[in-house]
Design a protein around this ligand. Sequence first.
Ligand SMILES: *[C@@H]1O[C@H](CO)[C@@H](O)[C@H](O)[C@H]1NC(C)=O
Ligand SMILES: *[C@@H]1O[C@H](CO)[C@@H](O)[C@H](O)[C@H]1NC(C)=O
Ligand SMILES: [Zn+2]
Length: 321
Amino acid sequence: MLPLQQQLTGMLVGVLTAVVLFSTANAQHGGWGYSSDNGPATWPNNYPNWCNGQKQSPIDVQSKSAVQKSFPALNFKGFDTPPADAQMRIKNNGHAIQVDLLSKTGKTDNYQISGGGLPGTYNVLQFHFHWGSEHTVNGKRYDAEMHVVTWNSKYPTASAASTVTPDGFAVLSVLLEATSQTANPGMQNIVSQLSNVANKGMNYTYPTSFSVNSLFPADKANYWRYMGSLTTPKCNEVVVWTIFKTSLKISQDQINALKTSCYFNSAGDQDQQQLNNNYRTTNPLNGRTVFDSSNTSGVPQLAPTVLALVIAVLSSTALQL
Ligand SMILES: *[C@@H]1O[C@H](CO)[C@@H](O)[C@H](O)[C@H]1NC(C)=O
Ligand SMILES: *[C@@H]1O[C@H](CO)[C@@H](O)[C@H](O)[C@H]1NC(C)=O
Ligand SMILES: [Zn+2]
């Protein structure tokens, strides 16, 4: 070989090695996403602890198999009226659009949830959106899903809580359905700022905080409950899930805005990919129970009355025999 050819070959080998090392590093360190080369199918291999576990989320909720269970009422603190020192910041984290619930004075208990059979009082960190939905119900995928991420206040920090099975985190899930003719006012707080968070790393602090409750359905007493995981690597199996049965109705324009306004990439990246279909596929239950809170207060108590009548008739018949 001529010296020049040797040099070129050496350079080529060097470049190829660098490329291989870089892609390996990329796949293993924060390189996950939703495309075929880094999407959900690759997570169990790339993040075996926990994405390859037995209690993974999301799942398909099969409503007929859910076990009825009565829970005490869920309590929400700070959801209706924003706390005085609340500060909301929307951002594109490269995987989803997220709103961080911050405090100007560093409080962690501005927004909390408790009750509802939750094993403690949980501090709310943030909420974010997946479109389409991650959980499906009887095989149906909704247009989008909001996750409100909270951590058990009995642990010192959110980070400490994030590794504690089974009660470190609790996530509230609201399914979104584009069936409304008019824009949902709560959702409009998100949609109106999408242009400010088009690329990964971009963020915008709201001058005035809005009501988190504006993104919830009116009925928060009926939900499904099961034990699962974070739906993104490392898929920590630390989550008490609450999925509200009543969906939030948004408009087709609002879902279209979610699908077309943002990118997975940082500004200036070559080959921009639209931030869309950022959901993990469903995972097997593996023997877990899904509970159905089935709160029927306020619903006419027809069924028990009919049942009582049937029993009365049957017993009187039995007595006559
Ligand atoms: C049941 O629903 C009613 C009406 O929404 C509510 O007032 C009550 O607190 C709920 N009870 C539980 C246990 O969630
Ligand atoms: C928000 O954006 C600013 C300006 O680009 C940036 O300096 C800052 O690091 C971002 N903050 C977060 C939390 O992403
Ligand atoms: Zn999520």
